[in-house]
Design a protein around this ligand. Structure first.
Ligand code: NA7
Length: 476
């Protein structure tokens, strides 16, 4: 078995395989360490917007989280620790980037970017979604005389204290960076193209006593995980996909918070989003609005016309002179697997199969590509849910097929085009009830404007992946 990627989902799959007694597995990781996006993102203020007690593997609880929303560096340490504690590191081939995988009728022939070859009976893509930084197409960016870098490629050699810093982008990343650098930068200028709704969830430290209690009584950790899961599913799981009290409540909290936290009507007008709360991914922060109230933090809403050696020129003709430009402009969330090329039955490439956008069978498989599975694949339930919980559901499902392959009852398995079409039709017809179609642009939307998300609750995802529906597959 070959797993591509040793980020959160690749480690999850490897751990489940090891627990089930599979030993013949290799995890190909293009970088030199595990962790995926948590390894790559090291920007100031980075933390996860899903509660830490829920954003961890259910099979590897961690009592040591310092806060309710864990800092990025702690999460990265957790993955490195888990990869060692679960005995996964000997299965990981670091600096091994798969360039191509060809199905030869029986198995996949893998080729790495440095020319090595390998074979796998089963190929599992765990390549993540927020991997490829999206650089803005702003004229003159390369002419800037100071330091400019994407948030996921933070240049730690650049001094920040007392510098004039520009942050472009107001997604979760831009908001976290702004909150962290307010008071450090002199001044910090935030360039906002579209205002975003903010849910004021504060960062709260866990006391040493509560951490010790969870260490001594592991049941408390499980209880905590389940409680967070229940609350997240009850509120956000429903709010995003169907109108109801959950959606109204989240919207009301966001609107009231803006009203109460920003008293200056001009600033409030600038910060009022044109769309409904949660249409774009909801931002959790209790420190962003306070940061914007500072005199040394400026919010610019005039659009950027170009970058010049001295700074950023906006449409009102003003030049904002800065020393550092941070591009918090997000990721190409649709580059599933790419640039790796996958070749399936009859020489069909995945690029061809996905010419009109990534489509899969119930988030885990693709017709025409036998013995190939995806974790956090197309239309996975992302919303504001824990992707770890989603990956675990998918890994358990894949494991079910691998048990069949191990027992000899199955040698190849591939979903039928009909079942995949039927699933995608149902998915599309459920989309209008979701909040993502209420009129905004975001990384959730595919090239055709349809959200590439799961339009039902996470519980429906679990039910759909509880066990394989055999007529949906071609099996030999
Ligand atoms: P996001 O959420 O995709 O946000 C990107 C931000 O960058 C967003 O505010 C964009 O404005 C802005 N942007 C993008 N291109 C430009 C240009 N050319 N000019 C000005 N502003 C621009 O990425 P994040 O990294 O913050 O978060 C990604 C996910 O990581 C997040 O959802 C969590 O799941 C964790 P726009 O709104 O498009 O007008």
């Amino acid at each position: 078995m070959a797993i591509v990627g040793a980020g959160m989902s690749g480690l999850c799959m490897a751990a489940k395989l090891r627990q089930a007694g599979f030993d013949d597995l290799v995890v190909h990781e293009s970088a030199g360490e595990v962790g995926g996006t948590w390894r790559d993102n090291t920007y100031p203020g980075l933390s996860c917007d899903v509660p830490a007690r829920f954003y961890s593997y259910s099979f590897a609880p961690h009592a040591g989280w310092s806060r309710n929303f864990a800092p990025g560096a702690e999460i990265q340490r957790y993955f490195v620790g888990a990869s060692a504690d679960l005995g996964l590191r000997r299965h990981i081939r670091f600096d091994s980037e798969i360039a191509r995988a060809d199905w030869d009728g029986r198995r996949y022939r893998l080729r790495t970017t440095d020319g090595h070859t390998d074979h796998a009976d089963v190929l599992i893509a765990a390549t993540g979604i927020l991997r490829e930084p999206r650089l803005p197409d702003i004229e003159g960016l390369s002419s800037f005389a100071g330091a400019a870098f994407h948030s996921a490629r933070w240049d730690h050699s650049v001094p920040l204290r007392g510098k004039r810093i520009a942050v472009i982008g107001t997604g979760s990343t831009g908001v976290q960076i702004t909150s962290a650098l307010a008071g450090v930068a002199k001044p910090l200028t935030l360039f906002q193209r579209t205002a975003q709704w903010i849910l004021p969830l504060p960062q709260l430290p866990y006391s040493p006593v509560s951490r010790a209690a969870l260490r001594v009584v592991p049941g408390l950790n499980r209880l905590s995980y389940r409680s967070y899961q229940h609350i997240m599913e009850l509120v956000f799981g429903h709010a995003a996909v169907e109108p109801g009290w959950q959606r109204s409540a989240v919207a009301e909290v966001c609107r009231s918070y803006l009203r109460l936290a920003i008293r200056d009507p001009r600033l409030r007008a600038k910060l009022t989003p044109p769309d409904d709360p949660m249409c774009k991914r909801l931002i959790m922060s209790a420190s962003f609005y306070p940061a914007l109230r500072r005199r040394d933090v400026h919010l610019v809403t005039d659009s950027i016309t170009r970058v010049e050696p001295a700074g950023i020129r906006t449409s009102d003709g003003r030049l904002h002179e800065v020393d550092v430009i941070v591009l918090a402009t997000g990721f190409d969330a649709h580059a599933f697997l790419r640039p790796m090329e996958l070749v399936g039955e009859h020489g069909q490439t995945l690029s061809d199969a996905w010419r009109d956008g990534p489509r899969g069978y119930r988030t885990v498989a693709v017709p025409g590509f036998p013995n190939f599975f995806t974790l956090i694949g197309p239309h996975s339930p992302i919303g504001n849910h824990s992707l770890i919980a989603i990956a675990e559901t998918q890994a358990d499902y894949v494991l079910g097929w691998l048990e069949r392959i191990r027992s000899g009852s199955v040698s190849t398995v591939v979903p039928t085009a009909e079942a995949t079409e039927e699933f995608n039709t149902a998915l599309r017809s459920a989309m209008p009830s979701t909040v993502w179609t209420t009129g905004c642009d975001s990384w959730y939307l595919g090239a055709d404007g349809v959200p590439e998300l799961w339009p039902w609750t996470p519980a429906v995802h679990r039910r759909m992946l509880a066990s394989p529906v055999l007529p949906h597959f071609q099996v030999t």
